[in-house]
Design a protein around this ligand. Structure first.
Ligand code: PLP
Length: 440
């Protein structure tokens, strides 16, 4: 039977982190990678393959982050790598239209139920910023509603109770966002339709859009309830508000058509990212043709990008989407292995007397160290962060790489199968025993 890898120390990662701090703010290029919420310093990764990450010291870890979502088929998938390599033979960028962009747009339209036209960008942040501008330009209104604990990238108007890395760092809102910008962002409680109705009533005729993660991953995994999502759809229809589903995380992850396909609620606009690039920097926004035709140069709303629709990224991303849509069993496998993970963890935590609430939908899952339930940001924040920190460090020592924050979703890849799951659950059992001992 395979054994859990034992760490041989992380000296080289420590040294690299010291050097990184001299040249890069906080030593990392994105705060979610820092280990500030769990103690210790981040590991520096050298390579990855399948289910495994390898650090600069030669340790290996089962990866439960998977680049925060994109690596749904595991790392270095041979066909995706080959597609990128082949594309590179023809140059890395043209700044002119390519056929593969049409193939990609057609594929997205085929896969995502509500999308009739789509525009490629380079990140999820660009996708959400552009979608809000479009909704404002289309409706001629300024305000929009977002939800506490939902993260939509680092655009100014979204950095208000934005979840994700901001909670871990203890900064609910970012300095640098002007009052003028913030005043057009209205904040609502997730899964609380009445609160949204009140806000709409108080700002009658002024709201351009409601944007949300239909399944939130950025306060940990918290799914929008059916009544909530259906209620938002009806409210938007009645009030002429554009409903935007931010499916940067859930798109292509929960099903070929994302959360909207699973939950049966159709937004007007959808933002996409992560999986769509197969690990390269891609984002997209799309939706009803009537709205999308307001985007420049078809319409007056300006949005552009030097590297948008980059050929290497398009070939890698399209190969990813073809693999996802071509494998009828993929989402069933992801569901089965993540369900087994959930049950295995619940049993072991229960046996050790560790309070644990598990939120899961498909291959997105979060273990909240509390009794629960967790349906919104307030409830997510009740988790025992010290317990999570200890859990994270003990799992890492045993070769299992969790997201370094309580307020993140795990993303299970198709390379996590029975053998890897056995190793993860063995590590968890040992870890819960350590936690039980420390609780006395
Ligand atoms: N929207 C959601 C739901 C996200 O989870 C993220 C990133 O995690 C973004 C937007 C921003 O995407 P990016 O980091 O590619 O800018």
């Amino acid at each position: 039977m395979a054994e859990l890898p034992r760490s041989t120390g992380t000296q080289r990662s420590q040294t690299l982190f010291q050097t990184a701090n001299q040249y890069i703010p906080g030593g990392v290029n994105s705060p979610a990678r820092a280990f500030r919420g769990v103690g210790g310093n981040p590991l520096f990764i050298k390579r990855a393959e399948g289910a495994w990450l390898y650090d600069e010291d030669g340790n290996r870890y089962i990866d439960l982050i998977n680049s925060w979502g994109p690596m749904i088929l595991g790392h270095a998938h041979p066909q995706i790598m080959e597609a990128a390599r082949e594309a590179l033979n023809f140059s890395s960028s043209f700044g002119a239209p390519t056929e593969v962009e049409i193939d990609m747009a057609k594929k997205v339209v085929e896969m995502v139920p509500s999308v009739e036209k789509v525009r490629m960008v380079n990140s999820g942040t660009e996708a959400t910023m552009s979608a809000i501008r479009l909704a404002r330009g289309y409706t001629g209104k300024d305000k929009f509603i977002k939800f506490e604990g939902n993260y939509h990238g680092h655009g100014d108007s979204f950095l208000i109770a934005a979840g994700s890395g901001l909670i871990t760092l203890g900064v609910p809102d970012s300095p640098g966002v002007t009052k003028g910008t913030a005043q057009d962002t209205l904040l609502a409680r997730y899964n609380d339709l009445e609160h949204v109705q009140e806000l709409v009533e108080q700002n009658k005729g002024e709201i351009a859009a409601i944007i949300l993660e239909p399944v939130a991953g950025n306060m940990g995994c918290v799914a929008g309830s059916h009544e909530f999502l259906r209620g938002l759809r009806a409210l938007c229809d009645a009030e002429g508000i554009v409903l935007i589903f931010d499916e940067v995380m859930s798109g292509f992850r929960l099903s070929p058509g994302g959360a909207q396909q699973v939950l049966g609620v159709t937004p007007d606009l959808t933002t996409l990212g992560k999986i769509i690039g197969g690990g390269l920097p891609v984002g997209a926004y799309g939706g009803k043709a009537e709205i999308m035709d307001y985007v420049s140069p078809a319409g007056p709303i300006y949005q552009a990008g030097t590297l948008s629709g980059n050929p290497v990224a398009m070939h890698a991303g399209l190969t990813m989407l073809n693999l996802l849509s071509g494998d009828a069993e993929l989402y069933n496998r992801l569901e089965a292995v993540t369900a087994a993970f959930e049950i295995g963890m619940q049993e072991r935590a229960h046996a050790a007397g560790i309070p644990l609430t598990i939120n899961r939908i498909g291959s997105m899952i979060t273990f909240f160290f509390q009794d629960g339930p967790v349906r919104n940001f307030e409830e997510a924040k009740q988790s025992d962060l010290d317990a999570f920190g200890l859990f994270f460090r003990e799992m890492l020592k045993r070769g299992v790489y969790f997201p370094p924050s309580q307020f993140e979703s795990l993303f299970i890849s198709d390379c996590i199968r029975g053998e890897e799951l056995t190793l993860i659950l063995q590590a968890a059992e040992e870890t819960f025993a350590v936690m039980q001992e420390q609780r006395g």
